[in-house]
Design a protein around this ligand. Structure first.
Ligand SMILES: [Zn+2]
Length: 353
């Protein structure tokens, strides 16, 4: 039977429950429905708009028409035989293939939504939670973090009191010049000896900035570079990166804490997070930008920061040589110079902010 041979079947017009006896045939890319009753006109539907019945199933064959009408054929085998003879591409067959495609698309969409939630939603929510963390909690987290670092890494500073005072005064003067309106973030600067952390600096939640004696010594002849490092840490304080990082890495505990007001789980999760988590690259870039701005406001070229990276790199033991230096991911010594950071400080100017 060539394409075009008609099949006798039943048609519903989509408005009335009454079935009409019709002949259906394909005319090119058009499905033609010819009612036996002469009072009803011939129906023509482009086959692309026709939803053909599933095959591989038992029972009658139902074809949905674009105008809401449908064809019903009780004898599946007869319909399938007619359909097969029309020479239509299999892609016209909707049904189980399409419904499976639908399931796969839905599954894929779900996976993408979950991935997007994890990639963007959690950081976004973490930043919001960090911004709304009560001041008292942040102070407590900061104090406990410092106590933990003191147990593990830090000893009282060995720097002469006069040297510490001179550095504090220099730092305060630079902050005032960079923030003449007095809008610098609240913070405290202190010095600690740390053989294990080596030359290093870090900022903790609550605004505590800690600089190691070893870093002061490393930059003894370049105090402006040391000020740039502290400026970087002040950038972390300003953007609350410490709190943000802790919330992000203990997300569920922090969320429970903020929503239900029980901070126990969050506080308990902080020590492990503090030792293992790093700030995001964006947070580091932002802190570098703040350092550059602070130096610039004080008439110092941000390019001086190159010295920090050169000296840190010169100190790093090559692999297999001696003891590995202790790493604390949030501390500046743990993320020293990559080419991008060096280029940033060398190329910085007030115009390219
Ligand atoms: Zn940093």
């Amino acid at each position: 039977m060539p394409r075009g041979a008609p099949l006798f079947t039943r048609w519903y017009d989509g408005h009335s429950p009454r079935a009409h006896a019709v002949l259906v045939r394909l005319d090119g890319d058009v499905l033609v429905i010819e009612p036996r009753e002469s009072t009803i006109g011939v129906q023509r539907h482009p086959i692309a708009g026709v939803r053909w019945p599933e095959r591989r199933t038992h029972g009658q064959r139902q074809t949905d028409l674009p105008d809401g009408g449908l064809l019903q054929h009780a004898d599946a085998a007869e319909w399938d035989a007619w359909w097969a003879e029309q020479g239509l591409d299999e892609s016209f067959v909707v049904g189980w293939q399409q419904s499976w495609r639908g399931v796969l698309v839905a599954l894929l969409a779900t996976v993408l939504v979950l991935a997007a939630t994890w990639t963007w939603g959690v950081p976004w929510a973490s930043a919001r939670i960090a911004q709304h963390m009560p001041e008292a909690i942040e102070q407590r987290i900061g104090q406990e973090s410092l106590a933990q670092l003191e147990r593990l890494f830090l000893a009282p500073s060995q720097l002469p009191a006069a040297q510490q005072a001179a550095l504090q005064a220099r730092w305060q003067a630079m902050v005032q010049r960079a923030h003449p309106a007095g809008d610098a973030p609240a913070h405290t600067l202190s010095f600690r000896a740390s053989v294990r952390l080596g030359p290093n600096a870090l900022a903790l939640p609550g605004g505590q900035i800690v600089v190691t004696d070893q870093l002061v010594v490393l930059l003894q002849d370049r105090p402006e570079v040391l000020m740039g490092v502290i400026g970087h840490e002040l950038g972390h304080v300003r953007h609350r990166d410490g709190m943000d990082m802790l919330v992000r890495s203990t997300f569920i505990s922090a969320l429970v804490g903020v929503v239900f007001g029980d901070m126990g789980g969050f506080v308990a999760a902080v020590p492990a997070a503090l030792l293992t988590q790093a700030y995001s690259r964006d947070a580091e870039r932002r802190a570098d930008l703040r350092a550059a701005e602070l130096l610039h406001a004080n008439g110092v070229s941000p390019a001086v920061m190159t010295t920090l990276f050169e000296r840190l790199r010169a100190r790093q033991p090559r692999s297999g040589e001696g003891e590995e230096q202790e790493l604390l991911p949030i501390a500046i010594g743990s993320h020293p110079a990559d080419a991008e950071r060096v280029r940033f400080f060398q190329g910085w100017s007030p115009e390219v902010r």
